[in-house]
Design a binder for this molecule. Structure first.
Ligand SMILES: [Zn+2]
Length: 236
């Protein structure tokens, strides 16, 4: 594996749900923020279908607020929501248009998303349909945003994107040492109080640490958390 390039200043992390970034990526975001980089979050849904027993009308603002607080913990000040329907996100032109428009607005040099393969790991559970739709659309939107003939109504082309990172791949190619910020990443997860209500938060925190330990065992020196770059949809 290779260390992630550091020759950039602005990034946007794009995921389907509030809390998707808090199981590992947030630790990397905290590290980048400490090194003076500006990272913003773009969340495709408002997470309104994510809390059993709580009506979506109540869950949506609550989860958006939790994500904003979580982002603030790792140094992210800008969090945007696209309000696609939680649980029913469709890969397609409307989603690609919304994402391309956001990239044209934000002009990031780095785009981060999460694994969009069919399963989590080679033998894990089926990945969430929203994750599968969003990850693929994010990578396609990077190309769309750079093409002035595609979605011209959303503004001038975005030609700033230099790297697209996909986290939680089964076979990562790049890594970032987050030894110094993994605790901050876990703290950001704790901000999702309502979502995690009824779950064992400590178990979640251990899970984040466990991911780090696995990465360390299989990766380069000092590696605690790995993300990989590219557009390939791996199995994990
Ligand atoms: Zn999710």
């Amino acid at each position: 594996m290779h260390p992630m390039p550091e020759d950039w200043d602005t990034a946007v992390a794009v995921v389907a749900h509030p809390d998707d970034l808090e199981y590992g990526v947030a630790s990397a975001v905290a590290s980048w923020a400490r090194h003076g980089k500006t990272v913003s979050y773009l969340v495709v849904t408002r997470g309104e279908a994510g809390i059993a027993g709580m009506h979506p009308d109540k869950a949506a603002p609550l989860r958006m607020d939790e994500e904003r607080r979580s982002a603030a913990v790792v140094g992210v000040n800008l969090v945007e929501f696209l309000a696609h329907p939680d649980g029913l996100v469709e890969y397609g032109v409307p989603l690609r248009r919304d994402l391309a428009a956001a990239l044209r607005r934000l002009q990031p040099q780095v785009v981060v998303t999460t694994h969009f393969g069919l399963t989590m790991g080679d033998e894990g559970p089926v990945n969430h349909a929203d994750h599968r739709a969003v990850g693929l659309a994010v990578l396609d939107a990077c190309r769309d945003a750079a093409n002035g003939w595609v979605f011209p109504e959303t503004g001038p082309p975005c030609t700033s994107v230099r790297y697209a990172y996909v986290a939680s791949m089964a076979s990562p190619t790049h890594f970032l040492d987050v030894t110094d910020t993994i605790d901050v990443g876990i703290a950001s997860l704790r901000e999702h109080r309502a979502y995690l209500d009824g779950l064992v938060l400590q178990q979640r925190a251990v899970m984040v640490s466990g991911v780090a330990a696995c990465s360390e065992a299989g990766g380069g020196p000092g590696l605690v958390h790995a993300v990989c770059r590219g557009s390939r949809a791996g199995a994990g």
